[in-house]
Design a protein around this ligand. Structure first.
Ligand SMILES: Cc1cc2nc3c(=O)[nH]c(=O)nc-3n(C[C@H](O)[C@H](O)[C@H](O)COP(=O)(O)OP(=O)(O)OC[C@H]3O[C@@H](n4cnc5c(N)ncnc54)[C@H](O)[C@@H]3O)c2cc1C
Length: 501
């Protein structure tokens, strides 16, 4: 069969690699000069920077995404990663000497003695959730299904809570509650609309100290976070090499304008230059609304699918300042990644974001040092620093192009709280706004990581109302992220093949 895949981001590359592996003819179309979508690198002077993922879960050896890549013979050079957290009134830095897997619990008991009992209770619940997570990631044999059900029973009563209710159940201090819901602000999600069980899953303790062992009783038990040595574009490069070495074609600098539909069936694509290319199966990625309303046509959708397109909520954008610097920020920070929060009121911060008001760094930002895992990104003796934060796609006042220099100055000034004198050490800087992300991802509204993980929200499903038309990528998965996107693309491919039988 012949597959036309629209978008050569992670989703399109995984889908294409699966099809090539099965001996199908594959053409992937992508508007950018390099494959990978947001995994591709950007350059500024002698420096290179990552434009997308920084902390990757489920990718370490033995974890699901790593297993998927191994099916294509891809074995990445990975290293474990963790992060520090700065809250407005306290810090959570991993201790210089390893203090065991529960050091955060003990430190928090000192900071919040009134919540000591709640912390003990939370970590008992957390350990049970880790067992659920372990069982979820196992191959689902009948025995594993029973183990999964049994591990879920002790946490079932929390399954009816929102994230806000869950942290209020365990902790009374709002400053402590915000430590566990802060990450949701990254997803542009209000803790009142997210499923409570997402709290332990998005706060894996292994992500705050890379020395916490992932094994238990000789078995891989916990999930960890990782960096790809040399940068995450290596994932895209390896996948595209696999595709082209096995007869697939990746057409770069090529925009698809329309999907050809004949007799209710996808039959190929029409490129921006008017070329018509026939295919037996078409898979699209990118923005759900753009894809279906512009490339496919509303008239081909049923009311259920249209309703999902009307109601699902993509995340907002990011505002990023990349800086080439003449000192090592990781040495000063004591880490290669630091989440710096500026507010405890995450509901207000999310509301502000959605209304188009940029917080100008006030609500928080990240400090990320890509040259830590990819020293070759910077010239010898120099380093790369990325300061970034979530931001509205469209500003309610002004526009990104005219405001970006001022906003970048403000963000770097705020970063000096943690990296004193930073601005005097910058040799190169490059700003990325929502407008740049829109152009790169071919979306009319930038949504940096996928969809907001709103509880019970439906995202555009892989199977569409048009025969042989499939939808994959960050907007078909709840919460986005590398594993959700690649695992989703792989399962869409398998479903598509089952449907053809
Ligand atoms: C700043 C940032 C930080 C992130 N941090 C993390 C993280 O820490 N951990 C994590 O797991 N995930 C993270 N993510 C999310 C993760 O990177 C994405 O979910 C994933 O890479 C999306 O892959 P995709 O293929 O769906 O989309 P994309 O990467 O957007 O790729 C889609 C590609 O398709 C092309 N395209 C679309 N339509 C057309 C068309 N009609 N014609 C031609 N080309 C088209 C686009 O130009 C693009 O190249 C982050 C993302 C960003 C941007």
């Amino acid at each position: 069969m012949k597959f036309a895949v629209i978008g050569g981001g992670l989703a399109g590359l995984v889908f294409g690699a699966m099809a090539v592996k099965d001996g199908h003819e594959v053409i992937i179309y992508d508007k950018n000069p390099a494959p990978g979508g947001v995994l591709a690198l950007c350059e500024a002077g002698d420096y290179r920077f990552e434009q997308g993922p920084l902390l990757m879960c489920d990718l370490l050896p033995g974890e699901p995404m790593s297993n998927l890549l191994a099916e294509f013979g891809i074995h990445l050079d990975l290293m474990r990663a963790d992060r520090n957290v700065e809250m407005p009134g306290y810090s959570m830095h991993r201790p210089a000497e390893y203090e065991g897997p529960y050091w955060r619990r003990e430190r928090l008991k000192q900071l919040f003695p009134g919540d000591a009992g709640g912390l003990d209770k939370y970590y008992r619940f957390y350990d049970r959730m880790m067992r659920v997570r372990y069982n979820l990631n196992r191959r689902l044999t009948p025995a594993a299904v029973i183990a999964l059900a049994a591990s879920f029973i002790p946490v079932a009563r929390y399954a009816r809570m929102t994230a806000q209710e869950l942290v209020e159940h365990f902790f009374s201090d709002k400053k402590l509650q915000a430590l566990y819901t802060g990450i949701l602000a990254d997803y542009c999600a209000d803790p009142r609309e997210v499923w409570g069980l997402a709290v332990p899953m998005t706060n894996l303790e292994t992500g705050f100290d890379d020395r916490i062992p992932l094994e238990k009783n000789g078995k891989r038990f916990l999930g960890g976070f990782g960096y790809v040595r040399g940068g995450c574009q290596k994932i895209a490069q390896e996948l595209s090499d696999y595709i082209t070495e096995n007869g697939g074609v990746i057409k770069l600098n090529t925009v698809v304008d329309r999907v050809i539909i004949e007799n209710g069936k996808a039959a190929g694509v029409i490129l921006a230059d008017g070329t018509r290319e026939k295919a037996d199966i078409v898979a699209g990625s990118g923005s759900g609304r753009d894809f279906f309303l512009k490339c496919v046509g509303e008239e081909y959708l049923d009311s259920a699918y249209k309703k999902i397109l009307d109601t699902y909520r993509p995340m907002e954008a990011v505002f990023m300042v990349h800086a080439g610097v003449d000192f090592d920020p990781a040495e000063v920070l004591g880490t290669s990644l630091c989440y710096c929060y500026g507010s405890y009121d995450l509901s207000k911060a999310t509301e502000r974001l959605r209304s188009g008001k940029y917080h100008d760094g006030e609500d928080g930002f990240l400090l990320f040092v890509p040259s830590y895992h990819a020293p070759e990104f910077a010239p010898p003796g120099r380093h790369c620093l990325t300061v970034y934060t979530v931001a509205p796609d469209t500003l309610s006042e002004g526009d990104w192009e005219s405001e970006k220099e001022k906003f970048a100055d403000h963000l770097l000034e705020r970063a000096e709280k943690y990296l004193p004198g930073l601005r005097e050490h910058i040799t190169v800087r490059k700003i990325m706004t929502a407008a740049d992300y829109r152009a790169m991802t071919h979306m009319s509204k930038s949504s940096f990581g996928g969809t907001v993980p709103v509880w019970h929200q439906k995202n555009p499903p892989h199977k569409t109302p048009v025969r042989d038309l499939w939808f994959i990528g960050q907007q078909s998965e709840n919460g986005g992220g590398l594993w959700a996107v690649s695992g989703g693309a792989a399962s869409a491919y398998r479903e598509c093949i089952r449907n053809k039988r």
